[in-house]
Ligand binder design. Sequence first.
Ligand code: ATP
Ligand code: MG
Length: 602
Amino acid sequence: MPPLSLLRNARSRPDPVDQPARKRGRRLVAACLRPPAGTTLALLVAIAAATGLPVLAPQLTKRFVDEAIAGSALGPLLILAGGYLLLAVGGLAARTFTGWLANGWTWDGTNRLREQLTDHVLGLDLEEHSRSSPGELIERVDGDVMAIANFLVAFVMDVVVSVLLLIGVLVSVFLINTWLGVTLTGYCILVFAGMLAGQRIAVPAGRRSNEAIAVMLGGLEETFGGVEDIRANGAGGYLVRRFHRTAGAWIRAEAAEVRVGILVVAGISVAFAAGTALLLGLAASLVVGGAVTVGTAVLLVQYALLIRAPFERLTDQFRQVQGALASLDRITELLSRRSTLAVPARPASVPDTRPWDVRFEGVTFRYDAGDHPALRDVELTIAAGSTLGLVGRTGSGKTTIARLLLRLYDPISGVVRVGGVDLRDLDQAALRQHIGLVTQDVQLFSATIRDNLTLFRPAAEFRPVADDSRLRQVLHEVGLGAWLDDQPDGLDTLITGISAGESQLLAFARVLLADPAIVVLDEPSSRLDRATEQRIDTCVARLLTGRTGIVIAHRLASLARVDTIAVVADGRIVEHGDRAALASDPASRFARLIRLADGAPR
Ligand SMILES: Nc1ncnc2c1ncn2[C@@H]1O[C@H](COP(=O)(O)OP(=O)(O)OP(=O)(O)O)[C@@H](O)[C@H]1O
Ligand SMILES: [Mg+2]
């Protein structure tokens, strides 16, 4: 076995700021969010109307005032007033239409992004999953994507429309009087510079707040997920205290973010009031000097009022912009994570003669988070069609052996083969279709019995067959026939309350349905009553017939039917041989375990 320092270096994680991977992540996000050409065109037209019409409307009031002062007749004045109304209503309608288009586009795009992320997260290996709690991943897939969706809508409505409106107003004012235009432009630049400075303070504050909420939600998810163990251990108080701490950290981060936001808004308001006063003073002096008409002064007042809203909306976007940037950053980071399991360029096909033998050849493995190898130089052979019983103390490495056989991880050195083929040469999906695993932690979904058996795969795509009669047959085979008959909607019944034994049997039915070549049972009967254990034992026997199997058990009675036994201690196979031979050899470790277990089969 290589020395430990070498093992550490051999399994380095991908660099978290790996630039090409990030670029790939960003490209994926961009591809999801790109609007279709038709939508882009419609949006451009709607945006042009939403910004152009409000800039034109005050021109009519200018003419109205000037013509009224000049003593115009009522008719033309009424026409001007009507025109103003049309422009105002048209501007509002265009704004609403822009919002509708922007919402449709962003929600389509972000739903695509959600799907991509879910698919990506499901494809990551267990090592990656252990780096983030389910709560954090949910926050990434839902919370962050939602922040981006909200931001994109706001970007179109509040940033693009506002900036164009500002440009429209500036151009109009320049056309009236250069000095007025220069003053207004200078003032806008000052306010904008202030906003950028504010943003530099606001972005880190927002990121800290988002990170704090992800930690808090991750903890909550863990707490609610483990409610049974927490109650049993009386750990509720400690977990509430942990929640108190994480929630406190979030509230402090959030408060800091809000304080920064309020300061920025207040600064902009003061700057705005000063600018408006300056503009009006200038306009008054120009009217007195006869350079512009009263109507133009009214126009300026209207423009001064018109640009206030865009600036305020831009400022409001500060929080969303920085929140969305932080979200985007986390999403690209997640998308840039890669499974550490190499995908073969040309996957070998799975052996076509069943059952397959299983071989571990000098397998050494260490978890990333572990400081010592979980498996050391493991040599194991399971003959095709036979069953191996794995025994050993808790933490000795039994489950790790099963995980390596399912290729949830790759060994650091050594090879795992099924039917003579190195697992690393096989297509992962095909391999997992041919290996069935049942753990004591059966994951049931709040879905129908059918979906829980097929794991949502449509019957047409299921190999070998998963039509209703086959589903009923496997349920009968595992002894759940009577249970199924009691269900009000048969296979379409939603699974709600179900006992530990029933869920275990359902997991067996899943494996029977998939008809794998290799079956791994990890502690399948440790939490059950005697009667259920017997049902399960019968079921296990059926499951193992004609297949190669591994049964991991603390309860030696579960091993009555296995052919060979391997005793695992501290990641090594310390004994391996025929079950009956080991049981009858009083010097063997297995015989000692049997004597300790008191009354287990010989
Ligand atoms: N995801 C993980 N990350 C880091 N270390 C792990 C991980 N899973 C298991 N280990 C460690 O690897 C060693 C072997 O664990 P494993 O789960 O294989 O033991 P086991 O024999 O199945 O135990 P048990 O009988 O309690 O189920 C232990 O020291 C354990 O702490
Ligand atoms: Mg285990």
